[in-house]
Structures are given as C-alpha cells and as structure tokens.
Design a protein around this ligand. Sequence first.
Ligand code: CDP
Ligand code: MG
Length: 252
Amino acid sequence: MQAQNQDAQEFQLTLVLIKPDALKLSLTGYILSQLSETHTGLRFAAAKIVHVSRRLAEQHYAEHRGKPFYTHLINYIMGKSHYPDLPHRRRVIAIVYSGYDAVNTVRRIAGPTNPHEAREKAPGSIRALGTVVPIKDAEGRLISERLDNLIHASATPEEAEREIKLWFTPTDIMPFMRIYPTDYAQEHYYLSEEGLTTSWRPGCYCVVAAGELVWKSDLEALRLWRQGKPTPISLDAVIAKYLINTEQTPAE
Ligand code: CDP
Ligand code: MG
C-alpha cells in the first residue's frame, strides 16, 4: 500500500531513535522540534518508548559487531552507560517518519556521526550537541571512541526497511503508511528458554499468533525455520520486536 498524494518512488519511511543520552540531557523536546512535521514536511507514522533488550541492541547494530567500540555501543543503546544504577530509566524513543525523501531529510537534520565533525561541518544539526567519550584498554591506552550522538537515523531506504521491521510490527504503523509487504500468520510461534517453538507451554512468550498481521519477510523466515531450513534473516531479528517491553532484564 502506498501513501496518498506522494510519488510511490520517492515516498519513504525512516527510523529515528532518540538515544539514552538525549533522554538523560532532556533534549527530547528539542530533537522532536527539529524533526517536527512543519520543519521537515514529514509525518509521524509510528512511535514507542522501548526498554532495549540485548537481543534488539545486537540486531540493530549487527554490522558493527567485532569493532573496538561495539560493546560500548551496545551498553550505550541499552541505556546502561547513562543509567548504570537506574534500569527503569533506560529508554529509547523509537519513531518512524514518513514522506518524500524521508531518509536523507532526517540524516541531514541529524548531522555527521561524530559530534566533533558535526560541530565543525554542520552547526545546528542535532548531533552537534553530542559528546565523544574515549574508550581505553586495560593499560589506559586510547583504543576507540564512543560517539554519544543523541539520535539514530537510518542511512538508506534499505537500512530503513531492515530497521523499521526490527523495531516495529505492522500494526504499530499507521495503515496508510505501511509500505513493506505484510501477511496474516496461520500458525503460532512461542519463545521458550530453549528457543523458538510452535507449541505453548507454561513460561513461554507468544511471538506470533495465528490471525496476526506480520511482516511477510518474518513469516517467510519463521516458515523456513519450521521446515528446518536456513533463514535469510536471523531469528533474533524476527523475534525481538514481538518481545519489546515484555522481557524483564533484571540482571542487565
Ligand atoms: O549512526 P550512523 O549511521 O551515523 O553511524 P554508524 O557508523 O552506523 O555507527 C553507529 C553508531 O555507533 C554511531 O551513531 C555511534 O553512536 C556509534 N559509534 C561509536 O560509538 N564509535 C565509533 N567510533 C563509531 C560509531
Ligand atoms: Mg549507521
């Protein structure tokens, strides 16, 4: 389904995450103003407050696994860096914006990844208000930097699709603004301590129920898994969104 009054080729969705540093610094109002509908010409398509699980964090930043800043980045997006002793404050605000050239429009307002570069090259951008935190090894040598840059913004339409499907279910998004294929599940999937299963038993979370509207790509992956075949996307990427704000992470 395409949004009305827009060229189907140019109509895009994009994901914004207002990261834990922005919440801690009380910059959420400022960021939302910078991204307001009048300012950007974009429209809100979906929004939610998320306590980020490790599963979701690792899937979101899968491309950065193995880099020297990766562990720090995961702790950052999970809110552990900014709220080490206050797990109930660890939140991210996840928003989908829709409209003409949405991906580039939001990236431009966000600014360059590194806050120092943002201050230099894009004063007035959101990330120009960010912080650079040195990462040191056991001997105190600088090995990398954690870039606390206040927001995440999808970099390409392909990345936006992967990320939006990771954070949102189809019904989280306004029906007129859903642009990725969906389908109705005809079977149930649960998560137990041992992993994914198709039959419920006490202690299982319901991932997908029969009759539920789901991303077609998720359903295809789940059906391949059920047949014992390899899946084109990781099962964690399928599962994570259905467990948002359900999993307790007391140890984290
Ligand atoms: O977020 P963006 O797409 O602009 O940049 P990225 O290269 O995909 O990196 C993802 C995130 O990792 C950044 O937004 C930073 O918060 C973080 N990062 C970091 O902490 N240290 C680095 N040296 C590079 C990136
Ligand atoms: Mg990126």
